[in-house]
Design a protein around this ligand. Sequence first.
Ligand code: CA
Length: 353
Amino acid sequence: MCSSFYRRLLLKFWRVQRGICQPLDGFVNMAQKLVIIDTDCGIDDALAIIVDLAAPNVKILGITCCFGNADVDNVCQNVMRVLSVCGQTQIPVFKGSAGPLVKAVRSLKDHFGTDGLGDVLENRDSEIWKNRIQKDQAVHAMIRLINENQGEVSLIALGPLTNLALAVKLDPTLPQKLKDLYIMGGNMEGMGNVTPCAEFNFGMDAESSYIVLEEYTCTTHIATWEFTCRSKLPWEFFDELVNQDTSAARFMKKITSKCWAFSRDFGINKKDFLFGQGFVPYDAYAVAACVDSSVITESVECAVRVEMQGELGRGMMVLDPSNTLNKGHRVFVMRKCDDLKFSAMLKTSLQIA
Ligand SMILES: [Ca+2]
């Protein structure tokens, strides 16, 4: 009798977490995190989204899409493909910015293939996604969802920050209604991957990055490019991760199978020269920090600003630990990660389906 009750209670909790039904009284106050993911869904975003989907303490309110690793239509399709693999298609997906605020869109053919997911998936031209995409534009949806859940939403930004910049211009009070903000992007040592000094997400829309770091005065955690590269995992772990007997693992194995960014030949990836060889699931670090803050073992709290000018410095994030800029807001720049805890989280996440 008693065990049956708890089985039903656990089942109910599982369904609530996935948005399949409404929470029981009291459950909403459990340590549940309400999350919005803003993404330019490439391969690392796919893994990051799966980590968030699999987290037992997270409810994803919506996923907003932005150009970046592919054009925004492809990004929407990629997100839906990830949700489908994980059996989570009830989560609403919103289409957002197709380009940066000021400059023209740079070439989208980056290291995750022309479609962002390694150019191996069939049915890319399916019209199904257009029927499933939400009618609301991503920026409007972001503002609405945050206003409906004031003080409770963790916003996770995994792509260029254009949607976030537009949102704060439409609703300047938005940052103070957020619980916190997690960003994968920028740099902390002056090294970049798209230019000598700029990381991809920040470099794709320097103006939006500037706006977000100036105007989102909520608690902010940043996983920079150098941090993620320095926290790389062994390729042996990657093999163990994607060779699990699950649908999600097979999906990750497939989309990484022909992608040169996952090549182990030394010298193909710039990061190998700077940080040594290894598997770097960039966006997943930002999601992991949101899911379980103990994954991040060291951060530096300081003022930051994005350089918008310059032949070499445009898009670079500058750390200002002595606060010569005299900014009132400081962010947490991640420095070290618990590799074992992070690895375990990734491995468990791919057992979602
Ligand atoms: Ca991304």
